[in-house]
Every structure is written in structure tokens, then in C-alpha cells.
Design a protein around this ligand. Structure first.
Ligand code: NAD
Length: 554
């Protein structure tokens, strides 16, 4: 074998079009989506195999990446590749209905599920951090989070008794892979937003991709601009370079009229949050040299940031945790009122989960944006009565800049997703679309995650930490015909704090794909309805009854 080229010299880009080199579309799609995750247009730090979310990786090493790509090209249509934390570890004979890839990332036995132990094992080369869609090869760039963020801010507006966010000012932190969706989500809702990031290159990237209007290093100028926009009822996003642990308290002290406060720095991993007093240039070296001291410092900084967030809440602002564990980390950093504000799921999202609604996404393997345009039209035609969905697809069509392979996301529920999947399959079969479509979702979904600080915070029956549900979800998707299935630990909230599962399925236009789509895309969101019926949510029980989901003991 030849040595892998220097990582820096690599620029990965997934092949496009209808011709494949793998022996099945399942394997070809997995390979292209792995590559797409590492496309420099998509990944935050592709040279380190980091896709998003702090250190969320697509493969454990470049050697592992090469071996996965090679194995997928050689994989028979009745074989399954097993991937253990980003490393291909075995190929087994299964059958054509079985997934082509099964993935387990970052999982640790309970008592060992701590960051120091994870890092020790990572240093030994035995594991990697998979985040949610990084190690399961279905990240689609910042758009992946855009609609969920847009929906969340729309729900915030409703909770404030408003039709939209015009005339309001939002403050947030973190303009990275996921957090970078926040400014556009606020402006699509008509509001003004100030977003703080320590790393100017992240703000520049969002401006280049159309997610952020402008950025500056001058806090006074930034504040003046967003206040003017708020007063004029204009939608405007301004990025400011700074440390949120300093900027948030400073804005509170100045009495800036902020209506909504949240944060999406990579707080779930204390080494991926920059403490006050450390520069961006020294960040990595300092974190590596003394992770224990760095962790203590970053937790103290998070405590200062969260104390300011609670201060804004005390002053009347709507404040929520945006799924990055910042409350838990701030509490560890010594701030005892960190949980004074809620997480976004119980505050805004749970009613959707009870209906099996969640982030459904698809990707055109052709590479042709026109294929996504056609699928947008198809989804609008399937659900014309869903005004919010139609509005979203129109806005997304106009504003979303594709990163890597063209893709789309929208939230669909139980007994809805398969209608879209089957329609796409017909469009591939008829030649209306020029190559197969990959259909997947975030692990953040109705039935696929146990995460007491996020998706399952404050469940009605107290079942927040029960992790059987995501495992059942993964097993059911495997049994139903998904193309690849993954089980991860940690995700967006960090080691020890969540277990979650993902599925991806390919619509290649064949009758067999239609059979699989009709099962996977019903059963997968069905586990979300089941989980919420079991926890005692009346709306979930209604949905189960109306849409024919069997729940034996209900
Ligand atoms: P990322 O690592 O790509 O970006 C994080 C950004 O935070 C970086 O740009 C970094 O420069 C900035 N940052 C770090 N410390 C800072 C500080 N002290 N002050 C200001 N900026 C600072 O991560 P991401 O993909 O954007 O994810 C952000 C967080 O959101 C993660 O914790 C992730 O797990 C979580 N997340 C939440 C959801 C959700 O649905 N709510 C989904 C995915 C990820």
C-alpha cells in the first residue's frame, strides 16, 4: 500500500452524477456522504477530519478514511461493513436488505464515560468523537440546523406574543458549523441579532456563505447597528469578534435592550470553548498541554457567561440553552443558578417530537442543484396545506447557499416522511432526477436520542436518562432496510450525557428501495411517537390512534 498523502494536501470532494464505482448504491452513497462530510466547503476543519461541533470527526485517521473508501468500493451488495469509532473493523456477509454500513461511535461503559477517560482512549488511537452527523456521514453543512433554528426562533416569537421577531434584538454566541445558522434564522424571522465569536474566520465564513450580514471587531459599532435595526423593525445580523464570557456580561452591564438570549459555542466540550485570557492562536496548544487546567478555566468562563444570561433573564429577556450543555458546564464552573433558564426542547420543540416531527433531510447525489429544486416542488405539492413548510421551502430555495452536495432539510412527522421518500424514488426511476437521492436525518429527532440536558430534558414521566429508546430505534431501522445505521454517545452535549442513533436510506429508483423506504421512513419517526406515548404525552397518543401506530400497553 502507498502512504497516505499529507493531510494538508488533500481536498476531498464527493463524486457527482449517476455513474458509480461501488457495487451498490447503498455503498456508493455512504462513500460519497463520508467524502462530502470532509469537503472543505462543508467541514469546519477538514485537515483534522473535523466536520463540526468542536471535534466531531468523520473518520478516526486518514489511514482509516482511505480504508473505508476502499472497502466501500469493494463491498458486495450482500455485505455489511462495521465501523468502530471511525475505523473500519470488519466486513460480514448479510443480505441485500441489511444496511451496507453499521457504525458505533464514541460509546463507553457508564462508569468510564467521562471526558478524561475518553481523551485517554482517543490519545491511544482507540476511539474518536463522532458528534451526531459527523461520524455517521449525513452532515449537510449549516443548512442542516437552519430550519430547526428558524422554527425555534419562530416559536420564541410566538411565546412572546408576536407574529415574528421584528422589533426584537437577540444576543447569542458561537458562529461555527451549527451555531452559524442562528443569524440567518433570526433574520428570516424578521429580527435583529448580535452574534459573538472569538474566531474571526468563523464569522467571515458565515458572511461568505450568506448566513451572516456583516461582522466587525468593534463592539460599540456592532451594538449601535443592531439597536438601530431593532428600533427600525429591520432584520439584520451583526457578528462581533470577542469572547462571549466577556461580551455577554459587558452588554448586561451597559443595559443594552436585549429581548432574547441564547448561545451555541462548543460548550459541551470544555476544550472547544475558549476561556478568557487565552488567545485563539494559543488555544490548541494550551488545551493539549494541560487539559485539566484548561477545562477548569473554560468552565469558570462559562460560569461568567451563564451568570450574564441569567442576569438578562432576571431583567425580563427570554433566555434558553441551545443544546450545548452550557448550563451543566457553568454549574461545574461554580455558578449555582445555571439551570435558572430552560433548554430549548422542553421550552419550544417537544410538541413537535410528540408527533414524530423532526429534521428530515435529503441530498442529491447528482450534485445538480436543479434536482433539489425539483424535490422542493415535489414536497410542496405533497403537503400544500402545511403553510409553514411551504414558506420554509420557498425561503430556503431563495436564500440557502449549498455547501458540498446540494441538500435540503425540512421537518416532517410520522406518516409524512415516507410520502416524500417514495415520491423521490419515483422521480429517480422516471429520470426526472438525474441520480439517486440520499435521505437521512439528524440524531436530534423524536425517537432516536436520550439526552437529559437536551432532547429528553424534563420528560413528563421522568424518563430523561433512559437510553433504551435510541438503541431500539437503531435496531428497528436496521431491521427495516436502512442503508446505514449508527449508534453514538456524547453528540452535542458531551461525553456521559447522551446516547443517540441515526439512519440513512438511499432512494435509487428501484422497487426494492421503495419497499425499504416505505418501512424505514414510517418506522423511524414512529419510534418518536411511541416514546412520547410511553412518557404520557396526550398528543402522541392521539397521533398513534389517528395514524395507526400500535402501542400494546396504551
Ligand atoms: P463549532 O465548534 O463549529 O463552533 C463553535 C464556535 O464557538 C466556534 O466558531 C468557536 O470559535 C466559538 N467559540 C468557542 N469559545 C467561544 C467563546 N468563549 N466565546 C465566543 N465564541 C466561542 O460547533 P457547532 O457545530 O457550531 O456547535 C456548537 C454547539 O452547539 C456545540 O456544543 C454543539 O454540540 C451544539 N449543537 C447544538 C445543536 C442543537 O440542535 N441545538 C445541534 C448541533 C450542535
Amino acid at each position: 500500500t502507498t502512504a497516505a498523502p499529507e493531510p494538508a494536501a488533500r481536498a476531498i470532494r464527493a463524486p457527482r452524477g449517476p455513474a458509480r464505482t461501488a457495487k451498490s448504491w447503498g455503498a456508493e452513497a455512504a462513500k460519497r456522504m463520508l467524502m462530502n462530510n470532509l469537503d472543505p466547503e462543508v467541514a469546519e476543519h477538514p485537515e483534522d477530519l473535523v466536520v463540526y461541533g468542536g471535534t466531531g470527526r468523520a473518520a478516526r485517521s486518514w489511514a482509516a478514511y482511505d480504508a473505508i473508501v476502499r472497502t466501500l468500493d469493494e463491498l458486495e451488495p450482500d455485505e455489511t461493513l462495521l465501523v468502530q469509532s471511525g475505523k473500519p473493523v470488519g466486513v460480514f456477509r448479510t443480505h441485500t436488505w441489511a444496511p451496507r454500513v453499521l457504525i458505533a461511535n464514541s460509546n463507553l461503559v457508564g462508569d468510564w464515560a467521562t471526558w478524561p477517560e475518553f481523551r485517554r482512549l482517543e490519545q491511544l488511537g482507540l476511539t474518536m468523537y463522532g458528534q451526531m452527523t459527523a461520524g455517521s456521514w449525513i452532515y449537510i453543512g449549516t443548512q442542516g440546523i437552519l430550519q430547526g433554528t428558524y422554527e425555534t426562533f419562530a416559536a420564541v416569537a410566538r411565546s412572546l406574543g408576536r407574529d415574528d421577531l421584528s422589533g426584537t434584538l437577540t444576543l447569542t454566541g458561537g458562529c461555527g458549523g451549527m451555531g452559524g445558522a442562528q443569524p440567518l434564522a433570526v433574520t428570516l424571522n424578521g429580527g435583529a441579532v448580535l452574534i459573538v465569536d472569538v474566531d474571526e474566520s468563523r464569522l467571515e465564513r458565515r458572511v461568505a456563505h450568506g448566513y451572516l450580514d456583516v461582522h466587525t471587531t468593534d463592539l460599540d459599532a456592532a451594538v449601535a447597528r443592531v439597536i438601530a435595526a431593532k428600533d427600525a423593525g429591520e432584520a439584520l445580523s451583526v457578528g462581533v469578534v470577542g469572547n462571549a464570557a466577556e461580551v455577554f456580561p459587558a452588554l448586561l452591564a451597559r443595559g443594552v435592550p436585549i429581548d432574547i438570549v441564547t448561545d451555541q459555542t462548543s460548550a459541551h466540550d470544555p476544550l472547544a470553548y475558549l476561556p478568557v485570557g487565552v488567545s485563539v492562536d494559543e488555544w490548541r496548544a494550551r488545551a493539549e498541554a494541560d487539559p485539566v487546567d484548561f477545562t477548569a478555566r473554560s468552565r469558570r468562563s462559562m460560569a461568567a457567561q451563564v451568570a450574564a444570561m441569567v442576569g438578562f433573564q432576571d431583567a425580563g429577556a427570554a433566555v434558553f440553552d441551545y443544546g450545548n450543555s452550557i448550563r451543566a458546564e457553568a454549574e461545574l464552573g461554580g455558578f449555582d443558578r445555571a439551570f435558572a433558564f430552560p433548554g430549548f426542547v422542553p421550552a419550544y420543540i417537544r410538541p413537535q417530537f410528540a408527533e414524530g416531527r423532526g429534521p428530515f433531510r435529503w441530498v442529491a447525489l447528482s450534485g445538480d442543484p436543479d434536482d433539489i429544486r425539483k424535490t422542493d416542488e415535489a414536497v410542496k405539492a405533497l403537503f400544500p396545506e402545511n403553510a409553514a413548510l411551504v414558506r420554509w421551502l420557498e425561503k430556503a430555495g431563495d436564500t440557502v447557499h449549498f455547501e458540498g452536495l446540494p441538500a435540503r432539510i425540512c421537518w416532517l412527522g410520522y406518516q409524512e416522511r415516507h410520502l416524500a421518500g417514495l415520491r423521490f424514488n419515483e422521480m429517480v426511476a422516471s429520470g426526472e432526477l438525474s441520480a439517486p437521492i440520499v435521505i437521512g436525518r439528524d440524531h436530534l429527532d423524536a425517537g432516536s436520542v436520550a439526552s437529559p440536558y437536551r432532547e429528553t430534558e424534563a420528560m413528563a414521566d421522568g424518563s430523561d436518562a433512559i437510553a433504551d429508546w435510541p438503541l431500539l430505534n437503531a435496531l428497528l431501522n436496521t431491521a427495516s432496510g436502512a442503508s446505514w445505521v449508527s449508534i453514538h454517545h456524547g453528540g452535542g452535549v458531551g461525553i456521559g450525557r447522551s446516547i443517540h442513533a441515526g439512519q440513512v436510506i438511499v432512494a435509487d429508483g428501484t422497487p426494492e428501495a421503495a419497499e425499504k423506504l416505505a418501512r424505514v421512513l414510517v418506522n423511524d419517526p414512529g419510534t418518536g411517537v411511541m416514546r412520547h406515548v410511553d412518557a404520557g404525552y396526550p398528543r402522541a397518543a392521539e397521533v398513534a390512534r389517528e395514524r395507526g401506530l400500535q402501542v400494546p400497553m396504551w
